[in-house]
Design a binder for this molecule. Structure first.
Ligand SMILES: NC(=O)c1ccc[n+]([C@@H]2O[C@H](COP(=O)([O-])OP(=O)(O)OC[C@H]3O[C@@H](n4cnc5c(N)ncnc54)[C@H](OP(=O)(O)O)[C@@H]3O)[C@@H](O)[C@H]2O)c1
Length: 167
């Protein structure tokens, strides 16, 4: 995988602010502290979106991402990280409200956070039911809770309009 700072667009000729399609938008990427969430967060920032990320335990990694995006002044965007346990659906509302308090709007929700526990599979007599329950809570119930907490905000957001091709 590319180094984190390589994911930020440094080439001023590559993309000007006028042809970025997400300028003025706010995106929330759940699980933006590591893995694919980091790449998604940088990609959204490179397109001009302000980016919020959630994490459950990797505060340092999430804060590094925020620092990297904020210090890339050419991007002209802001970032913020929020700690939440997606396995507890009652926390979804607080996450969305935190994003709203910080950025005033939410236009894009990327439900990326998930866990995949290795070990006893579903057909094993030694199945770890607690782990299975936790996986379901994070990967299913938590995702649904995020979607349920966000729709009013997403619906009032304006559509993303791709830039017109140059004549
Ligand atoms: N990697 C693959 O090959 C692959 C393939 C197919 C699909 N996917 C999907 O792509 C997504 C990202 O995968 P990945 O491999 O990049 O995952 P990853 O590296 O394991 O990262 C998971 C992210 O989710 C966060 N997270 C985990 N549990 C959480 C919880 N309870 N509350 C809030 N955040 C939580 C983690 O935060 P912390 O850092 O704080 O733990 C981390 O930011 C997942 O939906 C996965 O199913 C991945």
């Amino acid at each position: 995988m590319r180094e984190r700072n390589e994911l930020l667009s440094n080439d001023t000729n590559e993309q000007t602010i006028t042809n970025k399609i997400l300028v003025g938008k706010v995106a929330l990427v759940t699980g933006g502290s590591r893995g694919l969430g980091v790449a998604i967060a940088y990609a959204l920032a490179n397109e001009g979106a302000n980016v919020a990320v959630s994490y459950v335990s990797s505060a340092d990694k999430a804060n590094t991402l925020v620092r990297d995006i904020e210090k890339e002044k050419k991007l002209g965007v802001h970032a913020a990280a929020f700690q939440v346990d997606q396995g507890d659906p009652s926390q979804a509302e607080g996450l969305i409200q935190s994003v709203l308090a910080r950025f005033g709007q939410l236009d894009i929700l990327v439900n990326n956070a998930a866990v995949g526990y290795r070990g006893k599979t579903i057909d094993s007599p030694e199945i770890d039911n607690a782990a299975m329950d936790r996986q379901w809570a994070v990967n299913v119930t938590g995702v649904v809770a995020n979607i349920r907490a966000a729709p009013a905000l997403l619906l009032i957001s304006t559509a993303v309009t791709p830039p017109k091709p140059a004549p």
